[in-house]
Design a protein around this ligand. Structure first.
Ligand SMILES: Cc1cc2nc3c(=O)[nH]c(=O)nc-3n(C[C@H](O)[C@H](O)[C@H](O)COP(=O)(O)O)c2cc1C
Length: 382
């Protein structure tokens, strides 16, 4: 079965194409869009594509070793899944699918604060591979409770998202009618009818809910939830707040969405264990630099004082190799895993993990790198 899937969908780009045919227009635009005119999203991919690595040959027979350790936890490969919110809009129970992929492939899965499943449901499925992402609640009691719940459910690592000072405009989503709360119109229903597999799966699973946040919201309808998201989870992050999080979270702490070396240094100084170089996949600020362009500057500023994570624009094993060669310790992917789930449902997460592993392994072989340490020393040209 898996080789049949590999023959039909050998690249993430093939899954992206299939996903577009399989989910309604508004769900597709929610998943695929950046912000503005998508320049940052394109810049991420183009800047990665412009990086070449010098191969070396004459190594005889070898199989590259992809295994690595991050914050003391062994992983099967140096990549994992970035947090994605409102996940069930793109495919029902997507978090459960991806949490199972994480456990099976021994890769980290990050559950978003804005996920459609709760930490209590997802934590046990990850078998120690779960990380949790925090959109900082203004109310510190809610923050404390969320962190306690994540920790109690076995999520090992906390990502605090810095790069959402306000919601992005996401014009493609506006045009497609992605509204919060959703407005059911005849056009929307028609678009659902055109995508029967998604519609059936969504009918069976029920419409998306922010299950992890429901206990903090007065009232049960979506309107109450969205006013909570707007007022409670917006724009509260500053250095003092991050210090508060540091005091409340015992495990590894990563600041996600850093593009400025001085901010990276400050985060390390107040106790962050990791810096995640990310521009939210181009969904927040269309004028942001490509993350791969910024990565070497952050690596230079931080040295080995903290772990460097990387995302935004990664679509295959070669992109992962490029980021590692430029100094990242670990690479995450947001859309790629969701394209897989939207395209293939339950088989999608595993298939993306397999594409990425096979592709990274093959590219390391082409480069003549038997280990990730060798890859990190390979000559890069821009
Ligand atoms: C549909 C979608 C929803 C996202 N939701 C969140 C979220 O809830 N929290 C967060 O920190 N980042 C979120 N992100 C950003 C991702 O974590 C990640 O940084 C980004 O997707 C990386 O770029 P890539 O999609 O090109 O891999 C989201 C991204 C997408 C595409």
């Amino acid at each position: 079965m898996s080789s049949e899937l590999m023959n039909r969908y050998p690249r993430v780009a093939d899954l992206r194409h299939r996903a577009r045919q399989r989910i309604p227009y508004f769900a597709w635009e929610y998943l695929d869009s950046g912000t503005g005119v998508d320049q940052c999203m394109q810049r991420n991919e183009e800047a990665l594509a412009a990086i070449t690595l010098d191969p070396q040959f004459m190594k005889g027979v070898f199989t590259p070793d992809l295994t690595t350790k991050l914050f003391g936890v062994p992983y099967a490969a140096p990549f994992g899944m970035s947090p994605v919110g409102l996940t069930a809009l793109m495919w029902p129970r997507a978090e459960q699918i991806l949490a199972r992929t994480a456990a099976k492939h021994r890769l980290p899965y990050t559950l978003s604060t804005a996920a459609t499943e709760s930490p209590e449901t997802i934590g046990p499925l990850t078998d120690g591979m779960g990380w949790f992402q925090l959109y900082p609640p203004r109310n510190v009691e809610i923050r404390r409770d969320l962190l306690q719940r994540a920790s109690a459910e076995g999520f090992t690592t906390l990502l605090v998202t810095a790069d959402v000072p306000a919601a992005g405009r996401r014009e493609r989503q506006v045009r497609a009618g992605v509204r919060v709360p959703p407005r059911i119109t005849p056009l929307m229903l028609w678009r659902c009818l055109l995508r029967p597999a998604w519609s059936w799966a969504t009918l069976v699973a029920g419409s998306p809910r922010f299950r992890g946040l429901e206990k903090y919201v007065d009232g049960q309808d979506m309107q109450d939830m969205f006013s909570f998201l707007g007022t409670e989870l917006g724009g509260s992050l500053d250095w003092e707040y991050l210090q508060g999080v540091r005091q409340e979270w015992d495990g590894p702490l990563v600041l996600k969405g850093v593009l400025d070396p001085a901010e990276a240094e400050r985060a390390v100084a107040i106790g962050c264990d990791g810096i995640m170089v990310s521009n939210h996949g181009g969904r927040q600020f269309d004028g942001a630099p490509a993350t791969i362009t910024v990565l070497p500057h952050i690596v230079e500023a931080i040295g080995n004082r903290a772990t460097i994570l990387f995302d935004s624009g990664v679509r295959g094993g070669l992109d992962i190799a490029r980021a590692l060669a430029l100094g990242a310790d670990f690479v995450l992917l947001g859309r790629a895993f969701m394209y897989g789930v939207a395209a293939l449902g339950r088989a999608g997460g595993d298939h993306v993990a397999e594409i990425l592993k096979t592709d990274l392994e093959n590219n390391m072989t082409q480069l003549g790198c038997g280990t990730l340490a060798e890859l990190r020393q390979r000559r890069v040209r821009r």
